[in-house]
Ligand binder design. Structure first.
Ligand code: SAM
Length: 282
């Protein structure tokens, strides 16, 4: 059932988009001198080796983080993200890649808390090891992250980013994302919610976006990075997207400056492109 292992994809174009936006959202929350939480419903292993194991199999990071890592013309949001990867690789060689919980722990103030859910027993175990010694700041549960939404919301500080990043290998994930967000908004209407999704020519995927736009949040933002044109046989992922509820007002402008740069440097063919749309108060 749980066959997905994120290590195969660590540092690819989809991770670049997701982690860059995650860091941007956390930095925004961190601007106020008030506590906040980071809740990750599908946390993965937390950190990945790029020199051994699964990540070396297809070396997806070579067309992701590796293309950006040494550049000196990065837009600010890309630089903030690349800086996290650089801090993880202090000897200047790209050997490790930070998962979403690691990115969060790096940029969040020490006093702010992380609540992480990961269902796969091996990844949950590695996640525990990667955050051993973090004390009460990081709480990890080997549990279903969609149930986790109900368990942790609203968070005590009444400020939080909730990242929802399922594998979508199980088609029910599309439905669970929408119902999870409905539950979340009921309990915690002012939270910032970020959902990652693959761009596929799949009916469930196409139906999910209009459902997300109808959710009762103050605003929404949809950002997609297509690294190539859709495949002619209809299979395969040509890009990925992030759908954000209650995003900061600064995010559309930031992404307007960032997405063309990502198309230019991560694009794989002439059909590489981006989508940036907003609704509600944004
Ligand atoms: N968020 C991670 C990152 O960016 O570094 C990557 C997460 S990966 C895309 C999805 C993870 O969700 C996998 O590690 C998988 O084992 C886990 N998973 C699958 N179904 C789950 C569920 N219902 N609850 C919690 N974790 C789940």
């Amino acid at each position: 059932m749980l066959s997905y292992r994120h290590a195969f994809h660590a540092g690819n174009h989809a991770d670049v988009l997701k982690h860059l936006i995650e860091i941007e959202l956390l930095n925004y929350l961190g601007q106020k001198d008030k506590p906040y939480w980071y809740i990750d419903t599908h946390a993965g292993a937390g950190a990945y080796s790029l020199t051994e194991g699964y990540a070396t199999k297809n070396a997806e990071f070579e067309t992701g983080i590796a293309r950006l890592w040494q550049r000196d013309d990065l837009p600010e949001a890309v630089r903030n993200y690349v800086d996290v990867v650089k801090r993880m690789n202090p000897d200047g060689e790209l050997k490790f890649y930070p998962g979403s919980p690691w990115c969060a722990a790096d940029v969040m103030p020490e006093s702010d808390k992380l609540r992480l859910f990961e269902l796969h027993p091996s990844d949950a175990q590695i996640l525990q090891e990667n955050f051993a010694g973090s004390g009460r700041r990081v709480q990890i549960q080997q549990a279903n992250g969609f149930d986790g939404i109900k368990a942790v919301l609203p968070p005590p500080p009444r400020r939080a980013l909730v990242l929802i990043d399922p594998p979508y290998e199980d088609k029910r994930d599309y439905h669970n994302v929408v119902t999870g967000l409905k539950e979340g908004l009921k309990r915690f209407a002012t939270g910032v919610y970020a959902v990652w999704y693959p761009c596929l020519q799949r009916a469930e995927m196409k139906e999910m976006i209009p459902e997300l736009k109808k959710l009762p949040a103050k605003s929404w933002l949809r950002a997609e990075l297509h690294v190539q044109g859709p495949s002619t046989d209809g299979f395969g992922m040509h890009g990925s997207g992030m759908f954000i509820l209650n995003a900061p007002w600064t995010l559309p402008q930031t992404l307007n400056e960032t997405l063309p740069y990502l198309v230019q440097h991560l694009g794989l063919d002439a059909k590489a492109s981006f989508i940036l749309e907003t609704g509600g108060d944004l």
